[in-house]
Design a protein around this ligand. Structure first.
Ligand code: SAH
Length: 283
C-alpha cells in the first residue's frame, strides 16, 4: 500500500460515526481528487465504491473496509435500492461511511437518489462534488467544454436510462436546436440512434464529434470523427466504454489544445482551428 498523501493544514471536517459522505472521485486520474475527498478517505471506516473509481485512489483509504458496489447485472433499480439500504445499514451500525462515485456524484451517477434515500431514513449526509468526466475528461483531450467562439451553452445528456434504453423523454430536436455543444455520457450503446436523431433534427453530418475513452487515465484514447461517421469510426477504432462523446465545433480546438501531444513533444496541428485569424487575447 502506498502512503496516503498529507492534507495541507486546515481544520478539515470530521466524518462522524453514523454519517455518510457522498463523494465524487473525479474521472480517474488520482490527481483530480479533491482535498475533501482525500480527507474523507483518510477517516472512513468503510468505503463503498463504484466501478469507475480507480484502484490508485482506493489505496489512499488507509485501513478502511472496501466494498464494491459496481455493476453486476440484475435489475439496476433493485440494485440501486440494495446499495442505498446497505449504506443505511452501515451508518446505523455507527460506521463512518464514504460513498465514493466516479466523476461528480450528482452528475448521472444516481447520487441524488442515494442521498435522498439516506436523508429519508434519517441518515445525515455530506456531499463532496467531484470533477465530472464530461468537463474534466474533455479537458484532458484538449477540448474546452465552452469557448467564446463556439458556444454560449452546453447540454449534458445521458445516452441511456436505468432500463438501458435511450431515454424516450429526450427531446432530440430541442437539444439539436438549443445547444451548440452536446456532451453525452453513457452514449456508446445507443450511438447510432443518438447520431441519427441529431442529424434528423438538423445537425450536420460533417459536424465534429470526439470520443474520449478512459479519460484522464493512462489508457486514455481520443477518436476524432463527425456526426455522420461516428458509428463507423467508433467501430474501426475499437472505441469502448467508458466514453464521453462531445459533439460540436469545440472538438476542433483539440487541434491547438491537445496538451498531451505537446507533452509528447509534438507541435499543435493548427494554431487557429476555428479560423478566427486573431490571437484570442486581442478580442
Ligand atoms: N458521475 C459521473 C458519470 C457517471 S455515468 C461523472 O460525473 O463523470 C458513467 C459514464 O460517465 C460513463 O458511461 C462515461 O460516459 C462517463 N465517464 C465516467 N468516467 C469516464 C472516463 N474516465 N472516461 C470517459 N468517460 C467516463
Amino acid at each position: 500500500m502506498t502512503d496516503s498523501p498529507t492534507l495541507p493544514p486546515k481544520s478539515w471536517p470530521e466524518l462522524q460515526p453514523g454519517w455518510v459522505w457522498l463523494c465524487g472521485a473525479g474521472p480517474g486520474d488520482p490527481g483530480l481528487l479533491t482535498l475533501h475527498a482525500l480527507n474523507a478517505l483518510q477517516q472512513a471506516d468503510v468505503v463503498v465504491y463504484d466501478a469507475l473509481v480507480g484502484s490508485d485512489i482506493l489505496e489512499w483509504a488507509g485501513g478502511a473496509e472496501l466494498i464494491y458496489a459496481g455493476k453486476r447485472g440484475g435489475k439496476p433499480s433493485a440494485k440501486q435500492r440494495d446499495i442505498s439500504l446497505h449504506l443505511i445499514e452501515l451508518a446505523r451500525k455507527g460506521k463512518r461511511v464514504l460513498r465514493l462515485k466516479g466523476g461528480d456524484p450528482f452528475v448521472f451517477g444516481r447520487g441524488g437518489e442515494e442521498a435522498q434515500t439516506l436523508v429519508q431514513h434519517g441518515i445525515p449526509v455530506r456531499i463532496i462534488p467531484g470533477i465530472s468526466a464530461g468537463i474534466g475528461g474533455l479537458a484532458y483531450a484538449g477540448i474546452p467544454v465552452t469557448h467564446r467562439d463556439v458556444n454560449q451553452s452546453v447540454t449534458f445528456v445521458t445516452g441511456h436510462d436505468q432500463s438501458g434504453t435511450t431515454p424516450g423523454s429526450l427531446d432530440w430536436e430541442g437539444i439539436a436546436r438549443g445547444s451548440q455543444v452536446i456532451v453525452i455520457y453513457m452514449g456508446m450503446k445507443h450511438i447510432s440512434h443518438i447520431t441519427e436523431s441529431l442529424m434528423a433534427a438538423g445537425r450536420s453530418s460533417s459536424e465534429p464529434l470526439a470520443f474520449v475513452t478512459s479519460a484522464t487515465l493512462e489508457n486514455q484514447k481520443v477518436v476524432e470523427s463527425t456526426l455522420g461517421s461516428a458509428v463507423t469510426d467508433a467501430k474501426a477504432e475499437g472505441v469502448e466504454p467508458p466514453a464521453i462523446i462531445c459533439i460540436g465545433r469545440s472538438v476542433l480546438m483539440r487541434q491547438v489544445l491537445d496538451w498531451q501531444s505537446m507533452e509528447a513533444g509534438l507541435s499543435p496541428r493548427n494554431l487557429d482551428p476555428l479560423g478566427r485569424g486573431r490571437p484570442a487575447e486581442s478580442a
